[in-house]
Design a protein around this ligand. Structure first.
Ligand code: SF4
Ligand code: SF4
Length: 58
């Protein structure tokens, strides 16, 4: 399963974009992270690196 970003928690810091090895994450028009589910390989790196625990693996 691809990861899910809780946009109520995301502060748009960009840490997850830097940690993703396949560039599956990007910032939306509001500057909040979102995951391209077709690209994510579910490695968990972004989950570990998000400072506010906004990303979850289901
Ligand atoms: S789980 Fe891995 S591949 Fe998927 S968005 Fe996070 S860092 Fe990228
Ligand atoms: S690391 Fe967390 S707070 Fe920072 S942009 Fe990604 S999801 Fe948002």
């Amino acid at each position: 399963m691809p990861v899910t970003v809780n946009k109520d928690l995301c502060i748009g810091c960009g840490a997850c974009l830097a940690s993703c090895p396949v560039e599956a994450l990007e910032l939306d028009e509001n500057g909040l992270a979102e995951c391209n589910e077709d690209v994510c390989i579910d490695c968990g790196a972004c989950v570990a690196d998000c400072p506010v625990q906004a990303i979850s693996q289901e």
